[in-house]
Design a protein around this ligand. Structure first.
Ligand SMILES: Cc1cc2nc3c(=O)[nH]c(=O)nc-3n(C[C@H](O)[C@H](O)[C@H](O)COP(=O)(O)OP(=O)(O)OC[C@H]3O[C@@H](n4cnc5c(N)ncnc54)[C@H](O)[C@@H]3O)c2cc1C
Length: 419
Protein backbone atom coordinates (compact mmCIF):
# COMPACT_ATOMS: atom_id res chain seq x y z
CA UNK A 1 0.00 0.00 0.00
CA UNK A 2 1.13 3.54 -0.80
CA UNK A 3 2.42 5.37 2.32
CA UNK A 4 0.95 8.80 2.84
CA UNK A 5 2.72 11.57 4.70
CA UNK A 6 -0.16 12.61 6.96
CA UNK A 7 0.22 11.07 10.45
CA UNK A 8 -3.21 11.71 11.97
CA UNK A 9 -6.57 13.31 11.24
CA UNK A 10 -9.43 14.45 13.48
CA UNK A 11 -12.90 14.99 11.97
CA UNK A 12 -15.61 17.05 13.69
CA UNK A 13 -18.98 15.57 12.70
CA UNK A 14 -20.15 12.05 11.91
CA UNK A 15 -22.91 12.93 9.46
CA UNK A 16 -22.67 11.42 5.99
CA UNK A 17 -19.73 13.71 5.06
CA UNK A 18 -17.70 12.94 8.18
CA UNK A 19 -18.22 9.18 8.07
CA UNK A 20 -17.42 8.91 4.33
CA UNK A 21 -14.27 11.05 4.76
CA UNK A 22 -13.23 8.90 7.73
CA UNK A 23 -13.75 5.70 5.74
CA UNK A 24 -11.67 6.91 2.76
CA UNK A 25 -8.84 8.08 5.04
CA UNK A 26 -8.68 4.84 6.99
CA UNK A 27 -8.60 2.95 3.68
CA UNK A 28 -5.44 4.93 2.89
CA UNK A 29 -4.02 3.76 6.23
CA UNK A 30 -4.14 7.27 7.72
CA UNK A 31 -5.14 7.15 11.42
CA UNK A 32 -8.49 8.92 11.96
CA UNK A 33 -10.66 9.92 14.90
CA UNK A 34 -14.21 11.17 14.31
CA UNK A 35 -15.91 13.33 16.97
CA UNK A 36 -19.65 13.80 17.27
CA UNK A 37 -21.82 14.94 20.15
CA UNK A 38 -24.13 11.97 19.48
CA UNK A 39 -23.32 8.30 19.01
CA UNK A 40 -24.21 7.46 15.35
CA UNK A 41 -25.48 4.04 16.46
CA UNK A 42 -27.97 5.52 18.96
CA UNK A 43 -31.52 6.78 18.44
CA UNK A 44 -30.45 10.25 19.70
CA UNK A 45 -28.44 10.71 16.51
CA UNK A 46 -30.85 12.67 14.26
CA UNK A 47 -28.90 15.16 12.09
CA UNK A 48 -29.77 16.03 8.48
CA UNK A 49 -28.08 12.81 7.39
CA UNK A 50 -30.67 10.88 9.44
CA UNK A 51 -33.92 12.55 8.43
CA UNK A 52 -33.50 13.53 4.76
CA UNK A 53 -35.65 12.36 1.85
CA UNK A 54 -33.13 9.66 0.92
CA UNK A 55 -32.80 10.63 -2.74
CA UNK A 56 -29.53 9.96 -4.49
CA UNK A 57 -29.98 12.82 -6.97
CA UNK A 58 -27.05 13.15 -9.39
CA UNK A 59 -29.40 14.95 -11.80
CA UNK A 60 -30.09 17.89 -9.44
CA UNK A 61 -27.67 20.33 -11.04
CA UNK A 62 -29.87 23.44 -10.91
CA UNK A 63 -30.11 25.15 -7.52
CA UNK A 64 -32.10 28.01 -5.99
CA UNK A 65 -29.88 30.92 -7.04
CA UNK A 66 -32.23 31.66 -9.97
CA UNK A 67 -34.10 34.82 -10.84
CA UNK A 68 -37.34 32.94 -11.62
CA UNK A 69 -37.41 31.74 -8.00
CA UNK A 70 -36.32 35.12 -6.60
CA UNK A 71 -39.39 36.83 -8.12
CA UNK A 72 -41.68 34.28 -6.43
CA UNK A 73 -40.05 34.61 -2.99
CA UNK A 74 -42.13 37.51 -1.55
CA UNK A 75 -45.41 35.80 -2.53
CA UNK A 76 -44.24 32.51 -0.98
CA UNK A 77 -43.05 34.16 2.24
CA UNK A 78 -46.32 35.92 2.96
CA UNK A 79 -48.32 32.73 2.55
CA UNK A 80 -48.06 30.61 5.72
CA UNK A 81 -49.00 27.52 3.71
CA UNK A 82 -46.37 27.71 0.99
CA UNK A 83 -43.16 25.78 0.31
CA UNK A 84 -41.01 28.58 1.79
CA UNK A 85 -41.37 30.12 5.25
CA UNK A 86 -39.51 32.57 7.47
CA UNK A 87 -39.03 32.84 11.21
CA UNK A 88 -39.26 36.62 11.33
CA UNK A 89 -37.14 36.90 14.50
CA UNK A 90 -34.22 35.45 12.49
CA UNK A 91 -34.37 37.89 9.54
CA UNK A 92 -31.79 40.39 10.93
CA UNK A 93 -29.28 37.58 11.54
CA UNK A 94 -29.72 36.30 8.01
CA UNK A 95 -29.05 39.61 6.25
CA UNK A 96 -25.41 38.77 5.31
CA UNK A 97 -26.59 35.50 3.78
CA UNK A 98 -29.37 37.28 1.81
CA UNK A 99 -26.91 39.88 0.47
CA UNK A 100 -24.59 37.16 -0.83
CA UNK A 101 -27.62 35.29 -2.21
CA UNK A 102 -28.78 38.37 -4.17
CA UNK A 103 -25.27 38.75 -5.58
CA UNK A 104 -25.40 35.13 -6.78
CA UNK A 105 -28.94 35.22 -8.11
CA UNK A 106 -28.29 35.80 -11.81
CA UNK A 107 -27.93 33.70 -14.93
CA UNK A 108 -24.11 33.61 -14.88
CA UNK A 109 -23.89 32.44 -11.24
CA UNK A 110 -26.78 30.02 -11.74
CA UNK A 111 -24.92 28.34 -14.62
CA UNK A 112 -21.62 28.40 -12.69
CA UNK A 113 -23.30 26.60 -9.78
CA UNK A 114 -24.96 24.10 -12.15
CA UNK A 115 -21.64 23.35 -13.88
CA UNK A 116 -19.72 22.74 -10.65
CA UNK A 117 -22.55 20.86 -8.95
CA UNK A 118 -22.63 18.66 -12.05
CA UNK A 119 -18.87 18.07 -11.79
CA UNK A 120 -19.28 16.34 -8.41
CA UNK A 121 -22.84 15.04 -8.81
CA UNK A 122 -21.88 13.10 -11.94
CA UNK A 123 -19.35 11.13 -9.83
CA UNK A 124 -21.57 10.70 -6.79
CA UNK A 125 -23.28 7.37 -7.52
CA UNK A 126 -20.06 5.60 -8.56
CA UNK A 127 -18.45 6.72 -5.30
CA UNK A 128 -21.37 5.18 -3.35
CA UNK A 129 -21.34 1.98 -5.42
CA UNK A 130 -17.74 1.43 -4.26
CA UNK A 131 -18.85 1.65 -0.62
CA UNK A 132 -21.95 -0.49 -1.24
CA UNK A 133 -19.69 -3.36 -2.34
CA UNK A 134 -18.40 -3.46 1.24
CA UNK A 135 -21.68 -3.22 3.20
CA UNK A 136 -24.89 -5.25 3.19
CA UNK A 137 -27.45 -3.02 1.47
CA UNK A 138 -30.32 -5.54 1.70
CA UNK A 139 -33.51 -3.59 2.42
CA UNK A 140 -31.58 -0.29 2.52
CA UNK A 141 -31.52 0.78 -1.15
CA UNK A 142 -34.15 0.72 -3.91
CA UNK A 143 -33.40 1.33 -7.60
CA UNK A 144 -36.74 2.27 -9.19
CA UNK A 145 -36.04 5.85 -10.26
CA UNK A 146 -37.36 9.12 -8.82
CA UNK A 147 -40.42 11.04 -10.13
CA UNK A 148 -41.08 14.79 -10.00
CA UNK A 149 -44.61 16.04 -10.78
CA UNK A 150 -45.88 19.56 -11.46
CA UNK A 151 -48.90 21.58 -12.51
CA UNK A 152 -48.97 23.87 -15.55
CA UNK A 153 -48.61 26.94 -13.30
CA UNK A 154 -44.83 27.51 -13.47
CA UNK A 155 -43.96 26.09 -16.85
CA UNK A 156 -41.26 28.69 -17.51
CA UNK A 157 -39.33 27.40 -14.49
CA UNK A 158 -39.86 23.79 -15.57
CA UNK A 159 -38.59 24.61 -19.10
CA UNK A 160 -35.49 26.25 -17.64
CA UNK A 161 -34.73 23.21 -15.44
CA UNK A 162 -35.19 20.81 -18.37
CA UNK A 163 -32.96 22.90 -20.63
CA UNK A 164 -30.08 23.28 -18.15
CA UNK A 165 -30.12 19.55 -17.44
CA UNK A 166 -30.17 18.75 -21.17
CA UNK A 167 -27.26 21.12 -21.79
CA UNK A 168 -25.24 19.35 -19.09
CA UNK A 169 -26.09 15.91 -20.47
CA UNK A 170 -28.29 14.80 -17.55
CA UNK A 171 -30.57 11.85 -18.42
CA UNK A 172 -34.26 12.68 -17.90
CA UNK A 173 -37.53 11.31 -19.30
CA UNK A 174 -40.53 13.65 -19.44
CA UNK A 175 -43.87 12.09 -18.51
CA UNK A 176 -47.52 12.94 -19.14
CA UNK A 177 -50.04 12.73 -16.30
CA UNK A 178 -51.26 9.42 -17.75
CA UNK A 179 -47.76 7.94 -17.81
CA UNK A 180 -47.18 9.01 -14.19
CA UNK A 181 -50.44 7.38 -13.09
CA UNK A 182 -49.43 4.17 -14.85
CA UNK A 183 -46.26 4.09 -12.73
CA UNK A 184 -47.91 5.32 -9.51
CA UNK A 185 -51.64 4.45 -9.77
CA UNK A 186 -52.51 5.54 -6.18
CA UNK A 187 -51.65 9.21 -6.80
CA UNK A 188 -54.47 11.73 -6.89
CA UNK A 189 -54.16 13.39 -10.34
CA UNK A 190 -53.76 16.98 -9.07
CA UNK A 191 -50.68 17.49 -11.29
CA UNK A 192 -50.34 17.90 -15.05
CA UNK A 193 -47.01 16.32 -15.99
CA UNK A 194 -43.59 15.38 -14.66
CA UNK A 195 -40.21 13.77 -15.19
CA UNK A 196 -38.60 10.51 -14.11
CA UNK A 197 -34.90 9.94 -13.48
CA UNK A 198 -35.02 6.27 -14.30
CA UNK A 199 -31.54 5.34 -13.13
CA UNK A 200 -31.80 7.03 -9.76
CA UNK A 201 -31.95 5.17 -6.49
CA UNK A 202 -33.27 6.01 -3.05
CA UNK A 203 -32.45 5.08 0.52
CA UNK A 204 -35.11 3.12 2.39
CA UNK A 205 -33.31 3.99 5.61
CA UNK A 206 -30.66 6.76 5.48
CA UNK A 207 -29.72 6.20 9.13
CA UNK A 208 -29.35 2.46 8.46
CA UNK A 209 -26.94 3.18 5.60
CA UNK A 210 -24.95 5.66 7.68
CA UNK A 211 -24.71 3.13 10.52
CA UNK A 212 -23.45 0.44 8.11
CA UNK A 213 -20.75 2.80 6.75
CA UNK A 214 -19.81 3.81 10.31
CA UNK A 215 -19.41 0.16 11.38
CA UNK A 216 -17.24 -0.50 8.31
CA UNK A 217 -15.08 2.50 9.32
CA UNK A 218 -14.72 1.13 12.89
CA UNK A 219 -13.92 -2.39 11.60
CA UNK A 220 -11.10 -0.96 9.50
CA UNK A 221 -9.56 0.67 12.59
CA UNK A 222 -11.20 4.12 12.62
CA UNK A 223 -11.77 5.68 16.07
CA UNK A 224 -14.82 7.52 17.40
CA UNK A 225 -15.13 9.80 20.44
CA UNK A 226 -18.50 11.12 21.59
CA UNK A 227 -17.78 14.73 22.54
CA UNK A 228 -19.21 18.17 21.90
CA UNK A 229 -16.41 20.14 20.25
CA UNK A 230 -16.07 23.69 21.51
CA UNK A 231 -13.16 25.02 19.47
CA UNK A 232 -10.26 24.14 17.23
CA UNK A 233 -7.10 25.76 15.97
CA UNK A 234 -3.82 25.17 14.18
CA UNK A 235 -1.02 25.82 16.68
CA UNK A 236 2.06 24.92 14.64
CA UNK A 237 2.89 24.09 11.03
CA UNK A 238 1.79 20.46 11.48
CA UNK A 239 -0.37 20.47 14.60
CA UNK A 240 -4.04 21.20 15.02
CA UNK A 241 -5.90 21.00 18.30
CA UNK A 242 -9.55 20.03 18.79
CA UNK A 243 -10.97 21.10 22.17
CA UNK A 244 -14.00 19.52 23.77
CA UNK A 245 -15.58 20.43 27.11
CA UNK A 246 -13.30 17.90 28.81
CA UNK A 247 -10.09 17.50 26.82
CA UNK A 248 -7.70 18.72 24.11
CA UNK A 249 -6.83 16.40 21.22
CA UNK A 250 -3.92 16.95 18.78
CA UNK A 251 -3.85 15.87 15.16
CA UNK A 252 -1.75 16.77 12.17
CA UNK A 253 -4.89 17.78 10.27
CA UNK A 254 -8.45 18.57 11.32
CA UNK A 255 -11.54 18.40 9.14
CA UNK A 256 -14.70 20.40 9.80
CA UNK A 257 -17.64 18.27 8.62
CA UNK A 258 -20.21 19.60 11.07
CA UNK A 259 -22.97 20.37 8.58
CA UNK A 260 -25.02 23.48 9.40
CA UNK A 261 -23.13 23.81 12.72
CA UNK A 262 -19.76 24.33 10.98
CA UNK A 263 -19.95 28.13 11.14
CA UNK A 264 -19.47 28.11 14.92
CA UNK A 265 -16.04 26.59 14.28
CA UNK A 266 -15.02 28.54 11.16
CA UNK A 267 -15.85 31.85 12.89
CA UNK A 268 -13.00 31.06 15.29
CA UNK A 269 -10.55 30.89 12.38
CA UNK A 270 -10.98 34.52 11.33
CA UNK A 271 -12.81 33.58 8.17
CA UNK A 272 -16.19 35.05 7.50
CA UNK A 273 -18.11 32.28 5.78
CA UNK A 274 -21.82 33.04 5.19
CA UNK A 275 -23.05 29.54 6.02
CA UNK A 276 -26.66 29.38 7.20
CA UNK A 277 -29.38 26.79 7.30
CA UNK A 278 -32.50 25.92 5.31
CA UNK A 279 -34.62 24.11 7.83
CA UNK A 280 -36.65 21.12 6.57
CA UNK A 281 -39.14 18.73 8.15
CA UNK A 282 -40.34 15.15 7.90
CA UNK A 283 -43.22 13.06 9.23
CA UNK A 284 -44.05 9.39 8.75
CA UNK A 285 -47.29 7.67 7.81
CA UNK A 286 -46.67 4.24 9.30
CA UNK A 287 -47.35 1.16 7.11
CA UNK A 288 -48.23 3.41 4.14
CA UNK A 289 -44.94 3.01 2.24
CA UNK A 290 -46.60 0.58 -0.19
CA UNK A 291 -48.80 3.36 -1.66
CA UNK A 292 -45.98 4.48 -3.95
CA UNK A 293 -43.08 2.48 -5.41
CA UNK A 294 -40.49 5.25 -5.60
CA UNK A 295 -40.02 8.84 -4.34
CA UNK A 296 -42.52 11.33 -5.74
CA UNK A 297 -41.78 15.05 -5.41
CA UNK A 298 -44.46 17.69 -6.04
CA UNK A 299 -42.41 20.63 -7.31
CA UNK A 300 -45.14 23.29 -6.95
CA UNK A 301 -45.42 22.40 -3.25
CA UNK A 302 -41.69 21.99 -2.44
CA UNK A 303 -42.33 18.65 -0.80
CA UNK A 304 -42.02 14.95 -1.58
CA UNK A 305 -42.80 11.47 -0.31
CA UNK A 306 -40.38 8.58 -0.06
CA UNK A 307 -41.34 4.98 0.72
CA UNK A 308 -39.07 4.00 3.61
CA UNK A 309 -38.78 1.23 6.18
CA UNK A 310 -40.20 3.57 8.83
CA UNK A 311 -43.30 4.18 6.65
CA UNK A 312 -44.13 6.75 4.02
CA UNK A 313 -41.87 9.73 4.73
CA UNK A 314 -43.42 13.09 3.75
CA UNK A 315 -40.49 15.46 3.68
CA UNK A 316 -39.35 18.88 2.58
CA UNK A 317 -40.21 22.58 2.66
CA UNK A 318 -37.67 25.31 3.31
CA UNK A 319 -37.85 27.42 6.44
CA UNK A 320 -35.32 30.20 7.03
CA UNK A 321 -35.01 30.47 10.79
CA UNK A 322 -31.56 29.49 12.05
CA UNK A 323 -30.48 26.67 14.33
CA UNK A 324 -32.13 27.73 17.60
CA UNK A 325 -35.79 28.51 16.85
CA UNK A 326 -38.28 25.79 17.88
CA UNK A 327 -40.00 23.66 15.20
CA UNK A 328 -43.08 25.21 13.53
CA UNK A 329 -46.42 23.45 13.84
CA UNK A 330 -47.55 25.19 10.64
CA UNK A 331 -44.75 23.51 8.64
CA UNK A 332 -45.90 20.09 9.87
CA UNK A 333 -49.52 20.95 9.00
CA UNK A 334 -48.33 22.00 5.56
CA UNK A 335 -46.58 18.63 5.03
CA UNK A 336 -49.73 16.75 6.14
CA UNK A 337 -51.88 18.81 3.78
CA UNK A 338 -49.55 18.26 0.81
CA UNK A 339 -49.24 14.51 1.47
CA UNK A 340 -53.03 14.09 1.68
CA UNK A 341 -53.48 16.12 -1.50
CA UNK A 342 -51.45 13.50 -3.40
CA UNK A 343 -52.65 10.48 -1.36
CA UNK A 344 -56.07 11.24 0.22
CA UNK A 345 -56.15 7.75 1.80
CA UNK A 346 -53.44 8.77 4.34
CA UNK A 347 -54.62 9.00 7.96
CA UNK A 348 -52.58 9.75 11.11
CA UNK A 349 -48.92 10.69 11.00
CA UNK A 350 -46.11 10.25 13.55
CA UNK A 351 -42.43 11.18 14.14
CA UNK A 352 -42.29 14.95 13.58
CA UNK A 353 -38.66 15.83 12.77
CA UNK A 354 -36.85 19.11 12.05
CA UNK A 355 -33.45 19.09 10.32
CA UNK A 356 -30.88 21.62 9.19
CA UNK A 357 -29.60 21.78 5.62
CA UNK A 358 -26.18 23.48 5.58
CA UNK A 359 -26.47 26.10 2.84
CA UNK A 360 -24.11 28.68 1.35
CA UNK A 361 -25.67 31.53 -0.64
CA UNK A 362 -24.21 30.39 -3.98
CA UNK A 363 -25.38 26.79 -3.42
CA UNK A 364 -21.94 25.23 -3.79
CA UNK A 365 -20.31 23.38 -0.88
CA UNK A 366 -16.96 24.38 0.60
CA UNK A 367 -14.41 21.63 0.04
CA UNK A 368 -10.79 22.47 0.77
CA UNK A 369 -8.30 23.97 3.22
CA UNK A 370 -9.04 26.95 5.42
CA UNK A 371 -7.45 30.09 3.99
CA UNK A 372 -5.35 30.88 7.08
CA UNK A 373 -4.78 27.38 8.50
CA UNK A 374 -3.78 24.97 5.77
CA UNK A 375 -4.09 21.91 8.03
CA UNK A 376 -7.73 22.63 8.81
CA UNK A 377 -9.89 21.40 5.96
CA UNK A 378 -13.52 22.29 5.29
CA UNK A 379 -16.18 19.83 4.09
CA UNK A 380 -19.61 21.40 4.58
CA UNK A 381 -22.38 23.37 2.88
CA UNK A 382 -23.94 20.59 0.79
CA UNK A 383 -27.46 22.11 1.13
CA UNK A 384 -30.25 19.97 -0.47
CA UNK A 385 -27.76 17.46 -1.86
CA UNK A 386 -25.55 16.42 1.03
CA UNK A 387 -26.91 12.89 1.14
CA UNK A 388 -26.14 12.39 -2.57
CA UNK A 389 -22.69 13.95 -2.21
CA UNK A 390 -21.45 12.09 0.90
CA UNK A 391 -19.38 9.40 -0.80
CA UNK A 392 -17.77 11.69 -3.41
CA UNK A 393 -16.98 14.24 -0.68
CA UNK A 394 -15.18 11.43 1.17
CA UNK A 395 -13.05 10.77 -1.90
CA UNK A 396 -12.29 14.43 -2.62
CA UNK A 397 -11.36 15.38 0.97
CA UNK A 398 -9.28 12.27 1.59
CA UNK A 399 -7.45 13.06 -1.67
CA UNK A 400 -6.71 16.58 -0.41
CA UNK A 401 -5.40 15.22 2.91
CA UNK A 402 -3.21 12.67 1.11
CA UNK A 403 -2.01 15.39 -1.31
CA UNK A 404 -3.08 13.33 -4.33
CA UNK A 405 -3.34 14.81 -7.80
CA UNK A 406 -6.88 15.21 -9.17
CA UNK A 407 -8.40 15.97 -12.56
CA UNK A 408 -11.23 17.85 -10.86
CA UNK A 409 -11.23 21.64 -10.75
CA UNK A 410 -11.64 22.19 -7.00
CA UNK A 411 -11.14 25.98 -7.04
CA UNK A 412 -14.91 26.81 -7.24
CA UNK A 413 -15.43 25.05 -3.88
CA UNK A 414 -12.79 27.11 -2.02
CA UNK A 415 -13.85 29.46 0.81
CA UNK A 416 -11.79 32.13 -1.01
CA UNK A 417 -14.93 33.09 -2.92
CA UNK A 418 -16.36 34.71 0.23
CA UNK A 419 -13.17 36.34 1.50
C1 LIG B 1 -35.74 17.75 5.08
C2 LIG B 1 -34.46 17.41 4.37
C3 LIG B 1 -34.49 16.58 3.24
C4 LIG B 1 -33.30 16.30 2.56
N1 LIG B 1 -33.33 15.43 1.50
C5 LIG B 1 -32.18 15.15 0.83
C6 LIG B 1 -32.18 14.20 -0.24
O1 LIG B 1 -33.19 13.56 -0.54
N2 LIG B 1 -31.02 14.00 -0.93
C7 LIG B 1 -29.87 14.66 -0.60
O2 LIG B 1 -28.86 14.46 -1.28
N3 LIG B 1 -29.82 15.50 0.46
C8 LIG B 1 -30.94 15.76 1.18
N4 LIG B 1 -30.92 16.62 2.23
C9 LIG B 1 -29.67 17.28 2.58
C10 LIG B 1 -28.74 16.38 3.37
O3 LIG B 1 -29.48 15.67 4.34
C11 LIG B 1 -27.64 17.21 4.07
O4 LIG B 1 -27.03 18.09 3.14
C12 LIG B 1 -26.56 16.29 4.61
O5 LIG B 1 -27.14 15.30 5.42
C13 LIG B 1 -25.53 17.08 5.39
O6 LIG B 1 -24.58 16.16 5.87
P1 LIG B 1 -23.43 16.62 6.85
O7 LIG B 1 -22.64 15.42 7.18
O8 LIG B 1 -22.74 17.79 6.23
O9 LIG B 1 -24.20 17.22 8.12
P2 LIG B 1 -25.10 16.53 9.24
O10 LIG B 1 -25.83 15.37 8.74
O11 LIG B 1 -25.89 17.65 9.85
O12 LIG B 1 -24.04 16.02 10.29
C14 LIG B 1 -23.24 16.90 11.03
C15 LIG B 1 -22.83 16.18 12.30
O13 LIG B 1 -21.91 17.03 13.02
C16 LIG B 1 -22.19 16.93 14.39
N5 LIG B 1 -21.69 18.16 15.03
C17 LIG B 1 -21.95 19.44 14.63
N6 LIG B 1 -21.28 20.30 15.42
C18 LIG B 1 -20.60 19.54 16.33
C19 LIG B 1 -19.74 19.87 17.43
N7 LIG B 1 -19.43 21.14 17.73
N8 LIG B 1 -19.22 18.85 18.15
C20 LIG B 1 -19.51 17.56 17.86
N9 LIG B 1 -20.33 17.20 16.85
C21 LIG B 1 -20.86 18.18 16.08
C22 LIG B 1 -23.70 16.79 14.47
O14 LIG B 1 -24.10 16.18 15.69
C23 LIG B 1 -23.98 15.92 13.25
O15 LIG B 1 -24.04 14.56 13.56
C24 LIG B 1 -32.08 16.89 2.98
C25 LIG B 1 -32.06 17.67 4.13
C26 LIG B 1 -33.23 17.93 4.84
C27 LIG B 1 -33.17 18.75 6.09
Amino acid sequence: MEKYKCKSVGIVGCGIQGVCIGLQLIKKDIPVTIFDRYDPLSSEFQPASYGNAGHFSPYSVLQFNRTDILYDVPKMLFSSYGPLALKWNYVPKMIPWFLHYLKNCNKKSMLHTAKYMNQILSLSNDAYEEIFKEIDTTNLIEKKGIIYVWTNQNLKSRDLEIKVRNDLGVEQKLLTQKEILKLEPNLNPVFDAGVIYENSMHAKDPHGILKAIFKLYLNKGGKFIQENIKSLKQIEENTTVIKSERENYSFEKTIIASGAFSKKLTDQLEENIPLDTERGYHIHFKDMGHLISRPVIFLDRGFGMTPMNQGLRAVGTVELGGLKNPPSKKRIDYLIKCAKELLPQLKKHEDEWLGFRPTLPDFLPILGPSLKNKNIIYAFGHHHLGWTLGAITGKIISGIVAEEKTNLDLSPYSSKRFN
